[in-house]
Ligand binder design. Structure first.
Ligand code: SF4
Length: 432
């Protein structure tokens, strides 16, 4: 059967999609990019915040149009299915089956029934089909989250923290490396809690064992909870030569009352202290964060404190969201203090400030030589795109664009002399 697959949402969802695609491929089905030809289409949805939910619904409706062509089965999986299954069944009769994340353990049975052909094998136990670049892959080290931030629906959808066994992760990493992966990106809702659900934190130990795998070049960790970045973890990272000093630490805000209302652990002073310790151990640390503006109760003074903090810390990259009301979360019942327009204005102010800081920081890299992992080549020219340690392989960070008079292979490393920049990207020439 020819199958089309649309994966929406975050990197964690992408890993789930790669697992489902791996299961389908192992059962003899073909994944196609040409949706006109597909007999079945899967949409892996995001149900995190309102814009993501809207995107999911619009994509499902777009995909339903293919029923005018060859499409026989439209299957919707992921967070949206988990969260709103009963409503969706009523509202979207075009969909043949909604499958929530809690049903993935019996995916073989469900798919056998809906696709009317036997599917053998367990979800997560078959080889993943890496959907993006062959040389970089996400390694999802845990599912769920036990932090219970008051604005977040993830624990309701994905359940509490459930870490994957270390032996399984090492095996998965070895398979990925054998298939050409050079960069492993560790993900979870909160990577810094790895194995705390089993009694004790083992992120440092996992890093050491991954670091020992031959063939791997870079290990990058995303989604680190600031106050869980302990000195011990920093030392473990330092002891691993493949672990990149890239710190993706979502701080969410820089006002103590708001952090408390969000049920975030630690104070602004704790965040400041963690950043100080990171920079002490890794003077070249790359810092990325995520923020929420317009959280219920946020007044101008608190927003100004956030701007001041951004100016003080000078994160290398920053993503911000306007607070979006999420039903069934504690923040849903808090009194909103900002209009939608104010939220959007604050969002713009944050992003404008960060654009200046990011540009200033990457300008300082002009004249340096960077090791760049080549992601792609522009057709017909000798222009390549890739990433140095400063850029994660998601849509948030920038890239290094460079020319070379040699034919270089995608997935290899090149030394690039940096000669200019724009807001988020660096430009240069291959050292040869
Ligand atoms: S750490 Fe907080 S924001 Fe992140 S997934 Fe867990 S509950 Fe949600």
């Amino acid at each position: 059967m020819k199958i089309g697959f649309i994966s929406l949402g975050c990197s964690k969802n992408q890993v789930d999609s790669e697992r489902v695609m791996g299961l389908l491929k192992a059962n003899g089905h073909t994944l196609t990019k040409s949706l006109d030809e597909a007999s079945a289409i899967f949409v892996n949805t995001c149900g995190f915040i309102n814009p993501a939910k809207e995107e999911s619904i619009n994509t499902i409706l777009d995909m339903a149009e293919y029923k005018q062509k060859n499409l026989k089965k439209l299957i919707v999986i992921g967070c949206l299915s988990q969260r709103y299954k009963e409503d969706l069944i009523k509202e979207l009769p075009e969909v043949d089956r909604f499958i929530g994340v809690s049903e993935y353990n019996k995916l073989d049975e469900i798919l056998s029934e809906v696709l009317e052909t036997e599917i053998i094998g367990s979800y997560g136990k078959m080889e993943r089909l890496i959907s993006k670049k062959a040389h970089t892959a996400y390694l999802k080290i845990a599912e769920g989250c036990s932090n219970r931030c008051t604005y977040c629906a993830i624990p309701l959808i994905r359940g509490p923290l459930n870490s994957y066994p270390k032996a399984e992760l090492l095996l998965e990493a070895q398979h990925l490396i054998l298939r050409g992966v050079k960069e492993l990106v560790l993900i979870a809702q909160d990577t810094t809690r790895y194995m705390e659900d089993q009694g004790s934190n083992q992120l440092g130990q996992l890093l050491k064992e991954l670091n020992a795998l031959p063939g791997l070049k870079w290990i990058r960790i995303l989604y680190m909870y600031p106050n869980a970045v302990s000195k011990a973890l920093l030392m473990d990272m330092k002891a691993c030569d493949k672990v990149i000093p890239y710190f993706d630490i979502p701080i969410q805000h820089a006002d103590n009352d708001l952090l408390k209302a969000m049920a975030r652990k630690g104070t602004v002073e704790d965040i400041r202290q963690v950043i100080h310790e990171i920079r002490e151990v890794f003077p070249q640390a790359i810092l990325r964060t995520t923020l929420i503006v317009g959280f219920p109760g946020e007044i101008q003074k608190q927003f100004q404190a956030l701007l001041d903090f951004i100016q003080e810390i000078k994160f290398d990259r920053l993503g911000a969201f306007a607070y979006s009301l999420e039903e069934d979360t504690p923040a849903y019942f808090m009194k909103d203090s900002c209009s939608e327009t104010e939220k959007q204005e604050r969002l713009l102010q944050v992003m404008d400030l960060q654009a200046k800081i990011s540009e200033e920081k990457i300008k300082a890299m002009i004249g340096s030589t960077l090791d760049v992992l080549i992601d792609s080549k522009d057709r017909g020219t000798n222009t390549y795109r890739g990433r140095s340690i400063h850029y994660a392989p998601d849509q948030i960070d920038g890239e290094v664009v460079f020319t070379s008079d040699q034919a270089l292979k995608i997935g290899t490393f090149a030394k690039v002399n940096i000669s200019r920049n724009d807001e988020y990207d660096l430009y240069g020439e291959h050292q040869g």
